[in-house]
Design a protein around this ligand. Sequence first.
Ligand code: FES
Length: 108
Amino acid sequence: MSQKKISVKVYRNDPTAGSGPSYDSYQVPWEPGMSAMDVLDHIYQNTDSSVAYYDHAGCALGICARCTGKVNGKACLLCQTIVDGDLVIDPVNESQVVKDLVSQRGRK
Ligand code: FES
């Protein structure tokens, strides 16, 4: 039996390049208990290391909130959001994107 795969669309944007936001799509092998952060780790480690996100610089415990983002339109902590099907991952605030899923933090 082949392993279930999920389709993942990831928000991409590099404001310094000026090309505007877009989405890249990936197929990721799914495992029970997999978080949205695990999905991004898989993409980064196996498919596309150009995706910018807060990875293990954060706590992965739901404490620091560095991994705040949106999964299927709902704001969440990516490290604490268990996924079981296709998903779209966006930054929590597109207007403050530094690159892809990394946003400026704090007030300007
Ligand atoms: S990495 Fe700290 S809350 Fe997710």
